[in-house]
Write a protein that binds this ligand. Structure first.
Ligand code: SF4
Ligand code: SF4
Length: 444
């Protein structure tokens, strides 16, 4: 019976590992659809950014209470993994609480910390469910938060509550089994576990057999749930749990708000102004300005899209969105990820479906109206807790529309002509710029 349980456990573990590997391969392939990218700045600076933003959750603490609640879930996830390691080893080796002997008197202390975190996670998940579904916080209910994104967020919160409840129930029955002489040979006296022991009175009247069933059910539910959760996360916005680390590490250390120049255009302007010679290397034939599809964006843009938590902080601070325009920076990131998924899924198996190849990020996913509404204010970039840059994608799509298709709005074209001819957006010659002084003070 014990050996059969070990085989079943090994099989479940193997299956979960296989599905995670398969999905991780697809995600890496999709991200690599993007163009090359080299982050600016030092390695030390990027490590620092990662430790502050992803590990230290710096931006989350701009709202201290929400930051603290998010930190409890995050710490619960990270720290309880140590407990998962024990469960995995027990499952494979047929042991029970394998870390109890090496940790000695520290073992109950460690389990009590886990239990404290588990309770904290349950409370925070309930609060988050209330915020999303009863208080209906605006950024969780806006247009792009359609059925699946809303459901995804709720599924994760319910699953976390179920997993933590299973963990506490398992420990509550274990507490009692440690005191039953017929089970004490296997359930060694390693308690007490404080929080779960508060649940123990509810189970105290049950027979030892029933307690064994509950303890085993809690154990299996907890670990199979965690493995299923790990697979599910790779299809969910909760992928940010993992990807926020590389995403913050690969963020460029360029000055905030700087919009990247296009080297070929800079070169042409420098030649025009006499700052450079035209003897150098010309732009490669057929080179595209800006981006029309995910394959024109950089792999960092696509990593950004996969790291998006769909929290909506960017959209909540976007002046275009706040004044009723169609633009939502969160939707820009969600659309970019969806298009990378659509294209990558086919390309990975070597199929080039003409219908899917003909789709593009611009127009099929993101409309012209959206990209034209952006004021390039950078508020979305500032607001993002995981250093995502929706503005960079918007600018690249807009560059394509303006420079490759000449399809800028009429007023913009007039402004471009003025910039070219008058070196200012206004419709008068540079020599007339000071004319207004004469009108204000005719004596000058
Ligand atoms: S840069 Fe554009 S998308 Fe971002 S907040 Fe400003 S207007 Fe909105
Ligand atoms: S881009 Fe950043 S701020 Fe916007 S929804 Fe995604 S994670 Fe949140």
């Amino acid at each position: 019976m014990q050996a059969a349980s070990q085989y079943v456990f090994a099989l479940v573990l193997l299956l979960a590992t296989y599905f995670i590997y398969k999905r991780a391969k697809q995600i890496i392939f999709n991200i690599r659809l993007g163009q090359s990218y080299v982050p600016e700045g030092s390695t030390a600076g990027r490590w620092k950014n990662m430790l502050l933003m992803a590990f230290g959750q710096k931006k989350m603490f701009q709202k201290p209470l929400i930051g603290l609640m998010h930190f409890i879930i995050y710490a619960g996830f990270i720290i309880i993994n140590i407990e998962v390691l024990e469960i995995v080893l027990d499952g494979l080796l047929g042991s029970h609480r394998i870390f109890a002997a090496p940790l000695g008197q520290f073992y109950p202390l460690v389990i009590n910390v886990f239990e404290g975190l588990a309770l904290g996670v349950i409370v925070v998940c309930v609060v988050f469910l209330i915020r999303r579904n009863i208080l209906k916080v605006k950024r969780f209910t806006s247009a792009e938060m359609t059925r699946w994104p809303r459901l995804d967020a709720n599924i994760i919160l319910f699953v976390e509550i179920a997993l933590m409840t299973a963990f506490l129930t398992m420990n509550a029955s274990d507490n009692l089994l440690q005191q039953r002489s017929e089970a004490s040979a296997h359930y060694l006296a390693v308690g007490p576990f404080w929080i779960s022991s508060m649940l123990s009175p509810l189970l105290d009247g049950l027979s030892t057999g029933a307690l064994l069933v509950i303890e085993r059910f809690g154990w299996w539910f907890h670990i199979v749930g965690i493995l299923a959760f790990a697979v599910y996360v790779t299809y969910s916005k909760h992928l940010h749990i993992f990807l926020s680390f590389p995403n913050t590490y690969f963020k460029s250390e360029e000055p905030v708000g700087r919009i990247a120049n296009m080297p070929d255009v800079t070169r042409e302007v420098n030649i025009m102004l006499g700052f450079a010679s035209d003897q150098g290397e010309a732009a490669p034939e057929g080179k595209k300005f800006g981006a029309k599809d995910v394959t024109d964006l950089s792999w960092k843009n696509l990593l950004d899209a996969y790291s998006c938590t769909e929290c909506g902080r960017c959209t909540a601070s976007c002046p275009a969105n706040l004044t009723g325009k169609k633009l939502s920076p969160r939707k820009i990131m969600m659309d970019t990820r969806d298009r990378a998924e659509e294209l990558g899924e086919y390309r990975m198996v070597g199929i080039k479906d003409p219908k899917i190849e003909a789709n593009t990020l611009l127009d099929q996913y993101i409309s012209r109206e959206e990209i034209l509404a952006c004021t390039t204010c950078n508020a979305c970039v500032e607001a993002c807790p995981v250093n995502i840059n929706p503005l960079d994608i918007i600018v690249q799509l807009r560059r394509f529309s303006v420079m490759e298709e000449s399809s800028a709005p009429g007023q913009w074209n007039a402004m471009f002509a003025n910039l070219e001819n008058n070196m200012a957006p206004w419709k008068f010659a540079p020599s007339d710029r000071a004319n207004w002084i004469e009108k204000v003070n005719p004596n000058t």
